[in-house]
Design a binder for this molecule. Structure first.
Ligand SMILES: [Fe+2]
Ligand SMILES: [Fe+2]
Length: 353
């Protein structure tokens, strides 16, 4: 008999739970309970999705009780956060949340994240995306860990993550890729995977040759490897950086370039993308203040993907910027970015489902 898993959706607004239940029933049995659930007879549970207002005492009590009854089980608990704040995120983690997502994410993404946590292979397009994010994420984490530890980076390990990114974006669509990546808490991880997905879509849209698609996505995935050497209190600071912190942050481009050189990287385009992705056509960028023709085409393309990813990143504690607003900001950067390429990027984004 196939192994059917049982999930529980615990919610205090059952009127809005139908769509989540439908998505969860794609991956197993789903019971819907309220915050009065005691969890006493739930030893067979495979995972929980909480759609509770965590500031309410009954929600807090309910999730503490879940944690107590299923202690030591490593049970996936996905918390949908209704309030966007760092405190809400910390509170949810303290109550046993293994993944936190803003409450507005599509139900299919919640189900895909849960499926991923319990090791279920989801169907077709979802599977391509969940696997693509997992493989690319592994490759990226390995690279960042080596760079952080001051070890030579092994680019061979990164190659394994590139095919799955292109497959995921082609088969699952960029929108699914973005929805999945946006749920990740770690800012650098989320950012690099966003840029990689956007670059894959851009390369496919521009009709790059197969090997050029790989080279471009490879450069995109690793473009911020230098951030592995930036102190976490600066890297993950929620508010604006002061001038001193900004100066430290800006060193990541030259550091990344040095890290790759030390690791034996020889591809000139990749080295250029990593060092120059913050240069602007009018010479106002860093680290070298390059302008005009000194900035190569691939760097220009990557810079557009990079800025778009930064504008549209999602953190549980802030409101996301609508994609149209991000495109308007890019279009307003005429003189810094190549207008023709920004337009082409907009077409690539519009072409995605
Ligand atoms: Fe960067
Ligand atoms: Fe970046």
């Amino acid at each position: 008999m196939p192994d059917v898993r049982t999930f529980v959706l615990v919610t205090d607004r059952p009127d809005r739970s139908a769509a989540i239940v439908t998505a969860l029933r794609e991956i197993g049995i789903c019971d819907v309970v309220g915050p009065e659930e005691t969890w006493r007879d739930r030893q067979e549970l495979a995972g929980v999705v909480s759609d509770l207002t965590l500031s309410r005492p009954e929600a807090d009590h309910c999730l503490r009780s879940l944690k107590r009854h299923l202690a030591g089980r490593n049970l996936p608990v996905i918390c949908l956060l209704r309030r966007a704040s760092q405190d809400a995120l910390r509170h949810a983690k303290s109550l046993g949340a293994t993944v936190c997502m803003p409450a507005y994410v599509p139900p299919e993404t919640v189900a895909a994240a849960l499926a991923n946590q319990v090791g279920i292979i989801a169907g077709g397009a979802e599977r391509a995306v969940v696997q693509g994010v997992a493989r690319a994420g592994e490759a990226l984490n390995g690279l960042l860990a080596e760079a952080r530890a001051g070890q030579p980076v092994r680019m061979g390990a990164v190659e394994a993550g590139l095919g799955p990114i292109l497959t995921a974006v082609q088969e699952g669509g960029l929108a699914r890729w973005l929805d999945t990546v946006w749920t990740h808490d770690d800012a650098t991880y989320q950012h690099c995977l966003l840029v990689a997905g956007l670059s894959a879509q851009f390369a496919l849209h521009l009709g790059f040759r197969h090997d050029d698609q790989f080279r471009f996505v490879r450069a995109a995935l690793i473009h911020d490897v230098g951030k592995a050497r930036i102190p976490l209190e600066i890297l993950n600071k929620p508010g604006r950086l002061d001038a001193g912190e900004m100066a430290v942050m800006r060193t990541h481009a030259a550091i990344g370039h040095a890290v790759l050189l030390a690791g034996g990287e020889t591809d000139a385009m990749t080295l250029s993308v990593v060092r120059h992705h913050h240069e602007m056509l009018d010479g106002s960028g860093y680290p070298d203040g390059l302008s005009g023709d000194a900035i190569g085409d691939m760097v220009r393309l990557l810079t557009i993907c990079d800025i778009y990813a930064a504008l549209t990143e999602r953190r549980p504690y802030k409101k996301p910027m609508p994609m149209a607003d991000a495109m308007a900001i890019l279009a307003g950067m005429d003189g810094k970015l190549e207008a023709r390429l920004v337009q082409s990027f907009g077409e690539a984004m519009a072409a995605t489902g």
